[in-house]
Ligand binder design. Structure first.
Ligand code: CAA
Length: 269
């Protein structure tokens, strides 16, 4: 496993804000602000978006794993950073433009979530595609306790994931969901014992990395469209993505390998 770090922007901290590694076709990004439970400030979010875009362009990377620490995936946007902001300054700095960049990442992102995933942390988790969660996870949108409300998609994505009744409960009371509740309501993909949350996320990512990378990307695109289109439009869209895959070498390889009773060797072509 190779390890590299991205140097922080000078004004923020001396610690690297994110740590990166690659393992075969899997890239790992770890949020690294342990003293503030991985609170997400604009410099960190910009660095994360830049790194994800770099992996999205890298033909050797098929899947991205996004992890926090065992204690916190991320306890939200950095409250100290926002405390003295005004409407105009928030509007001008347009911090959510960075989140739009993460939304546009085409390769699958697996979240490895343990401990707190709150506010922006929960919203970041919901930007990911497969969410592997430790039994210890505490998930919520507690912005209401700060006199504000979710701003990075919480009212929309949480509601689509768990339905109106539970989303209202979580967003209006600020209460945290347990990992099991989150699983029961379809917010996360799997729940595992705390010692396995990262290894399970890696296993899932490596399993996905055995598939054809173009098929992975288009399948992700198809599922995400289900949140944005009517059923008929979504079905049309899916069909076009499906037909597109018949232009790839990977489709020929995958189907021939099945017929010839051997394992496929996908090349991303
Ligand atoms: N921003 C900045 N600092 C934070 C932080 C955050 N979101 N969350 C935790 N920290 C800091 C604490 O200030 C504390 O720093 P000090 O040691 O310097 O005092 C350190 O992390 C450890 O936190 P606690 O001592 O509070 O740890 P705890 O175990 O007692 O409590 C917690 C943990 C329940 C997560 C609590 O820290 C907490 O409530 N954090 C804030 C959660 C929150 O409100 N998140 C939403 C932020 S707003 C947002 O995200 C907007 C959006 O939609 C984009």
């Amino acid at each position: 496993m190779t390890t590299t770090t991205i140097e922080p922007k000078p004004m923020t901290t001396d610690e690297p804000l994110i740590l990166t590694e690659t393992d075969g076709h899997v890239a790992i990004i770890r949020i690294n602000r342990p003293k503030v439970l991985n609170a997400l400030n604009p410099a960190l979010m910009t660095m994360m978006a830049e790194q994800m875009e770099a992996y999205d362009r890298d033909d050797d990377i098929y899947v991205i794993v996004l992890a926090g620490s065992e204690r916190a995936f991320a306890a939200g946007a950095d409250i100290a950073d926002m405390a003295e902001q005004s409407t105009i300054s928030m509007y001008k700095r347009d911090q959510f433009a960075t989140w739009e960049r993460i939304k546009k990442i085409k390769k699958p992102i697996v979240a490895a979530v343990s401990g707190f995933a709150l506010g922006g942390g929960c919203e970041l988790m919901m930007h990911c595609d497969v969410i592997i969660c430790s039994e210890t996870a505490q998930i919520g949108q507690p912005e209401i306790n700060l006199g504000v409300m979710p701003g990075a998609g919480g009212t929309q994505r949480l509601t689509r994931a768990v339905g109106k009744a539970l989303a209202m409960d979580v967003i209006l009371t600020g209460r945290f969901l347990s990992a099991q509740e989150a699983l029961d309501h379809g917010l996360v993909s799997r729940v595992v014992p705390p010692e396995h949350f990262f290894t399970e996320a890696m296993q899932v990512a490596k399993e996905m990395a055995k598939k054809g990378p173009i098929a992975l990307r288009l399948a992700k695109e198809g599922v995400l469209k289900a949140h944005e289109m009517s059923l008929s439009e979504g079905l049309e869209y899916e069909r076009k993505l499906f037909y597109t895959l018949f232009a790839t070498e990977d489709q020929k390889e995958g189907m021939r390998a099945f017929v010839e009773k051997r394992k496929p060797e996908f090349k991303g072509k």
